[in-house]
Design a binder for this molecule. Structure first.
Ligand SMILES: [Mg+2]
Length: 410
């Protein structure tokens, strides 16, 4: 296989940058995107560069951020706008290459193999990409380059984000020199649990892991251990495919409930609302998903309960009436009847839906037409101008969540 040149383009403080892009009054100021503290959503989802300078971090409670910087501007999240910006940025990338693999809402892989002959050195191409994104959206883009996706991701996360040029390249020849001295938690794929495991056996750097025999990792941690060993060596067998079938993250939504939910009907209603939201977002991207993931978190802090389960759908879809029965099936099978604090639903295995259009059942078409009509009404008159009657029943989350996702904020 000939050598590839892969970029990973990452948007700096994406949600906060989008907010500053649509509201000039926020530019250059400490901005934190965060839900409503009264609804227990008071967690920072994104902080602008200026907010980060005060020590404000993603995942932090809002009150703590306020203490670090009393004049920080809190902004409600507008998920639909972030998705729209993400797609706009994809359009910009498409002017450079058609081999794009969206990895998450603010990270996309670009395969620029062979473009050097047309557009100049990778450094030049990266600078041009960054400039275009900045000029058209006001968002700062950072690019890591590698011979595969993993090297590009490592180059971006460990180096490009800190580099004045917002660009850094790794390759198979220099990978060890640059990365082996880094702490093990810097390695892509190492979460908190694996970091602890590795520390328990004296592996503190990426180099330590690379130096162990591959066999030991396979024996101890199975395929996951082996993949991490490959990552430590900069080896990655995945390829950038046009129209990316291997969607890593999928599209989903997690909500912390405003109180503990105990009644089955109430929880199932919230699940229904969330399924609608997730399916709508997927349809807007003209995609369909093949696997449903359901996550439920128990309300008892002392005795953690809950579950995360997934099930493949009989057929890829983005229709609520196809997805919701599987959500219910998962919920009824795994719920231990203990009160819940948070629930989440996502769909993965996303593909462009034109590829499978022929297998579409008739009700998908009908639901699609209905959804389009409802979307148009909501876009014109506000999210709460038309809704399902069930949104008025106790426990429904529609009105609270309308303020969070694409709602009309006052
Ligand atoms: Mg980012």
């Amino acid at each position: 296989m000939s050598k590839k040149t892969i970029f990973l383009a990452d948007m700096e403080s994406f949600y906060a940058s989008v907010e500053a892009s649509r509201n000039p009054a926020l530019r250059g100021k400490p901005v934190a995107v965060c839900g409503d503290p009264a609804l227990r959503h008071g967690i920072i989802l994104a902080a602008s560069r200026e907010a980060k300078a005060f020590g404000i971090k993603t995942g932090q409670p809002a009150w703590e951020a306020r203490r670090m910087c009393p004049w920080v501007a809190f902004v409600h999240p507008h998920m639909q706008t972030y998705i729209d910006y993400s797609l706009r940025i994809t359009r910009i990338f498409e002017q450079f290459t058609d081999r794009i693999h969206p990895y998450s809402i603010d990270e996309q892989f670009l395969d620029i193999t062979g473009l050097e002959n047309l557009l100049g050195s990778p450094e030049k191409i990266a600078a041009a990409v960054n400039r275009r994104v900045w000029e058209e959206t006001g968002i700062r883009c950072r690019i890591g380059m590698g011979e595969n996706l993993l090297q590009a991701k490592m180059a971006c996360d460990c180096f490009a984000k800190k580099h004045p040029d917002a660009f850094f390249g790794l390759n198979s020849a220099n990978y060890a020199d640059y990365t082996w001295g880094l702490p093990i938690k810097s390695l892509f794929g190492v979460g908190m649990r694996m970091e602890r495991n590795f520390q328990g056996v004296g592996v503190r750097t990426i180099g330590h892991l690379a130096g162990l025999p591959r066999e030991i990792l396979r024996k101890r941690w199975g395929i996951n251990g082996e993949v991490l060993w490959l990552n430590a060596h900069g080896i990655d067998y995945s390829l950038v495919e046009p129209g990316a079938v291997h969607e890593q993250k999928g599209i989903g939504h997690t909500a912390t409930l405003p109180r503990d939910y105990r009644k089955q009907e109430e929880i199932e209603l919230v699940l229904r609302e969330m399924t609608e939201e997730v399916c709508r977002r997927i349809r807007r991207q003209r995609r369909i998903g093949s696997t449903v993931h359901l996550y439920c978190k128990g309300a008892d802090f002392d005795r953690p309960s809950g579950f995360a389960r997934q099930k493949k759908l009989p057929e890829a879809t983005a229709a609520v009436m196809d997805v919701y029965p599987t959500v219910l099936w998962l919920f009824r099978k795994h719920w231990d009847r203990k009160p819940l604090r948070a629930v989440g639903i996502s769909l993965t295995g996303l593909t462009a839906y034109r590829q499978l259009q022929l297998t579409f059942s008739e009700h998908y078409e009908r639901e699609e037409a209905l959804t389009r009509a409802v979307d148009r009404v909501q876009e014109r008159f506000g999210k709460t101008s038309i809704f399902r009657a069930s949104a008025l029943t106790p426990g429904a989350q529609f009105f609270q969540r309308s303020g969070m996702i694409g709602g009309h904020d006052s």
